[in-house]
Design a protein. Structure first.
Length: 384
């Protein structure tokens, strides 16, 4: 058990939390109760109790509540195990050219995967469901027993890494195939009228924009030949550990996020005001000013040390942020709007420009960010 796990649990020992929803309500009520105080505490102090209650509740959940059964072959309860068996049979034993019936994936989707140029990618759907069937329960148990965000993300990354390796090998063909599957879906689970409705809905979705977005971001996550998968499997839990330290520690440091508290309170104040514009463009602009820029640019000593070493001097991270351009944000916005419809506003030029600043220090801060790594190191990996 990590030090952070012990810290969270020590502060909530003896408490009984009825539900995760209740602990979230406690957090929001706590913040609302203190939003008008002249001397506010660091906002992460309030989140600390919520995090403790969250992990305490999750640790106390019964296996059955999470669909787990340690005595079964897969680690899942019988109902889930049976359904996984049906899905596995469809996805793994039906991937041949003479498909006549497919309950879940549909024969047209089987055909689309079989037409992939890379032979090793043709069994993608089978490999994914088999991986979940064999390892999903272990992941969920790891999440259930975690005592910190770091441990939770470590459990998730252990499960996700083999799938990531497969996705990296099959990019970008994979996303084109997913588009074909969605547009021509013919799974036998549904009657013809329902299938017609599904295909009609799918026909309005801008899958080309999804392919652009996912193709570029997958390339950013993977590197050229998957060399960055391990780097992100380590980096993501380290970012989660930053959040853990933000809650457990009471002093600002470069490796936690407590310095963001004033900016978060400013943003909360802005959202509570009735006399300001709450358009998406303005909300993102205010979040960028008070949160993203505070994180990346707020402390010069952090720019020169921990943040630079952790993120900007990491060739894989720089490659990923280089892929996440305003133009790519626009593609994501078009794809999502085609799903959600008119309720989702169009991304303005300001929104597309500001969103990358949340993950890219070079976009968020004026002037070049601290770089100590030899640029040739990244060029040698053919990442940029």
């Amino acid at each position: 058990v990590s030090t952070q796990s012990t810290g969270y649990q020590r502060r909530v020992r003896g408490k009984v939390v009825e539900s995760e929803q209740q602990s979230e309500e406690h957090l929001m009520q706590n913040i609302e109760n203190h939003s008008d105080e002249e001397e506010r505490q660091n906002i992460f102090n309030y989140m600390d109790e919520f995090m403790g209650e969250f992990f305490n509740h999750m640790n106390e959940m019964e296996d059955e509540e999470m669909g787990l059964d340690g005595s079964s072959g897969t680690g899942f309860i019988q109902e889930i195990e049976e359904h996984l068996g049906y899905i596995t049979d469809d996805l793994c034993n039906n991937n041949k050219t003479d498909c006549e019936e497919s309950r879940y994936l549909g024969c047209s989707c089987h055909a689309a995967f079989l037409n992939l140029e890379k032979v090793g990618c043709r069994g993608f759907a089978c490999e994914v469901v088999s991986h979940f069937r064999n390892n999903g329960a272990e992941m969920m148990r790891g999440i259930k027993e975690s005592g910190s965000l770091e441990e939770l993300t470590q459990a998730a990354m252990r499960f996700a890494t083999p799938i990531s390796e497969l996705v990296c090998r099959c990019n970008p063909e994979l996303y084109m195939t997913v588009s074909k599957c969605a547009l021509n879906y013919d799974g036998d689970e549904f009657d013809e009228d329902t299938l017609a409705e599904i295909r009609d809905f799918m026909s309005g979705i801008k899958f080309k924009e999804m392919e652009k977005f996912m193709g570029h971001m997958t390339r950013g996550y993977c590197g050229t030949e998957g060399e960055c998968i391990g780097a992100f499997a380590e980096l993501i839990p380290q970012v989660a550990a930053m959040m853990d330290r933000s809650c457990s520690e009471r002093v600002e440091s470069c490796d936690n996020m407590r310095r963001l508290s004033d900016g978060i309170w400013e943003f909360i104040d802005y959202m509570e005001r009735d006399d300001v514009d709450h358009s998406v463009s303005n909300v993102i602009k205010v979040m960028t000013k008070y949160i993203a820029k505070n994180f990346w640019c707020g402390k010069r000593r952090c720019i020169k040390t921990w943040l630079a070493d952790m993120f900007n001097n990491n060739c894989c991270y720089r490659n990923m942020t280089a892929q996440f351009t305003p133009k790519l944000v626009g593609s994501f916005g078009k794809f999502m709007k085609s799903i959600i419809g008119e309720d989702m506003p169009k991304f303005s030029r300001s929104v597309k420009k500001n969103i990358p600043k949340f993950i890219n220090p070079n976009a968020a801060c004026r002037g070049p960010y601290a770089r100590e790594v030899d640029p040739e190191q990244c060029e040698a990996l053919k990442l940029l």
